[in-house]
Design a binder for this molecule. Structure first.
Ligand SMILES: *Cc1c(COP(=O)(O)O)cnc(C)c1O
Length: 405
């Protein structure tokens, strides 16, 4: 090691120590079992409410079998990027199926499969918005949308959470012709839903693209699981839709669905699509089974059960010191406030064998640390009631004074 490296390491060590002092140090917990309500992690059996496996498909036997079959058919890896020779029949079939599935919501729909939602977001924003464009980004957007806007080098304006009048004013004053409005559908740390009909009307009026990140809606919202566009019954050529396939769809990756011209443009210009190795074809093959389930009777049953659990959680939980956030989705945050207080509650839950996401700044604004319970169709009513009761007991034991200290 050269001497010059030592001060660099010291810098990082100091910064890590500062994070720890602010209760902001994050750690990973290694899980030994498949994604399911009951997991084993670091020697403990836990009832987990923190995955995004909203339909309980991540360990579904049909998907596991399809993944194995995909590996038999196509091997383990794709070997290259899509524009070289990594674009397999499985990718093409999946894109075809996704385009057909989303066709009721998008005119002349085509779909493009990505290795991750993060990449898909970078791809869409950088390809639709360049230096000469304006990006209008909702304040609570996911980090990948923020990073996409930064990477695009467009002029970026952030509009306040669900404040569409403010957005409209920004668009009125915008002199650039290329405009891209970007929003999460279901806000990932709050669980509430963007008013997409209002947003779309504004985007149509001002000639802007509306890019919707439906990471938490695809498969879950809408009668057939087509996500937030089906939920609101929207259809427009201005829409560019991003759905992830590692959450409700239970496998991994993401897709963009949009007018065929948009997809043709992304294939030519989206660097995060072009300059990366295609995801393993077996994943795309497994996702065909996932789409079968989502769009079929089993998907409907799973969505209905999940909706029932959401109602059970919300009607059951009565808090004195903390606050439930106004969410009708599977994301159910409990707002606690200070980092240390929230971490203490998360630790008490873990002692009782319950694992809930502990969300702190910078993921959420300072002073709004929260437990983020996510419900899944794989949970039973009894498991959700167990969570409700545990939260209720801890809330009753917490005092507002202790929280502020
Ligand atoms: C999870 C998530 C992503 C990223 O998707 P990955 O497939 O996990 O990379 C993007 N946007 C939102 C809102 C998400 O929650």
């Amino acid at each position: 090691m050269s001497a010059a490296q030592l001060p660099l390491l010291k810098n990082l060590q100091d910064e890590l120590a500062a994070l720890e002092a602010q209760h902001l140090l994050r750690r990973r917990r290694t899980v030994d079992t498949a994604c399911a309500p009951l997991v084993s992690a670091e020697g403990k059996d836990l009832l987990a409410f923190c995955s995004n496996d909203y339909l309980g498909l991540a360990a579904h036997p049909a998907l596991t079998a399809a993944l194995q079959q995909g590996a038999s058919l196509y091997g383990a890896g794709s070997g290259a990027s899509h524009l070289i020779n990594g674009h397999s029949r499985a990718h093409a079939q999946l894109e075809q199926r996704l385009a057909e599935f989303m066709a009721p919501q998008i005119e002349q729909a085509r779909a493009l499969y990505f290795g991750t939602g993060y990449m898909a977001n970078l791809a869409v924003i950088t390809a639709l918005a360049g230096k000469e464009a304006a990006v209008f980004s909702e304040a609570l957007n996911h980090a990948s949308l923020i990073d996409g806007a930064r990477l695009s080098r467009a002029s970026v304006q952030v509009f306040p959470h669900r404040d569409y009048a403010a957005l409209e004013l920004m668009l009125q004053n915008c002199t650039l012709e290329k405009r891209v409005v970007v929003t999460d559908s279901v806000f990932s740390m709050d669980g509430n839903i963007a008013d997409l009909p209002a947003l779309l009307a504004i985007c149509e009026r001002y000639g802007a693209w509306l890019m919707v990140d439906d990471a938490h809606g695809f498969g879950v919202l809408g009668e057939h699981g087509r996500g937030v566009l089906e939920h609101f019954n929207l259809r427009s050529p201005n829409l560019v839709y991003m759905g992830t396939l590692g959450k409700a769809a239970g496998v991994g990756g993401a897709f963009v669905a949009a007018h065929e011209t948009v997809i043709a443009w992304l294939v030519q210009k989206a660097r995060p699509y072009i300059y990366t190795t295609a995801a393993p074809p077996a994943l795309a093959h497994a996702l065909l089974s996932s789409l079968d389930i989502i769009s079929g009777a089993e998907g409907s049953q799973r969505r209905a059960h999940l909706q029932n659990l959401i109602g059970l959680f919300r009607s059951g939980l009565e808090l004195r010191n903390w606050r439930c956030m106004p969410s009708d989705t599977a994301i159910q945050p409990v707002l606690i406030g200070e980092n240390a207080a929230m971490l203490a509650v998360a630790a008490s839950l873990l002692e009782q064998g319950i694992w809930v996401g502990a969300i702190r700044p910078p993921t959420v604004p300072p002073g709004t640390a929260r437990l983020r319970a996510t419900l899944s169709a794989a949970h039973s009513e009894q498991q959700v009631l167990q969570l409700v009761q545990a939260l209720q007991r801890l809330d009753a034991a917490a005092s507002p004074a202790a929280e502020a200290a």
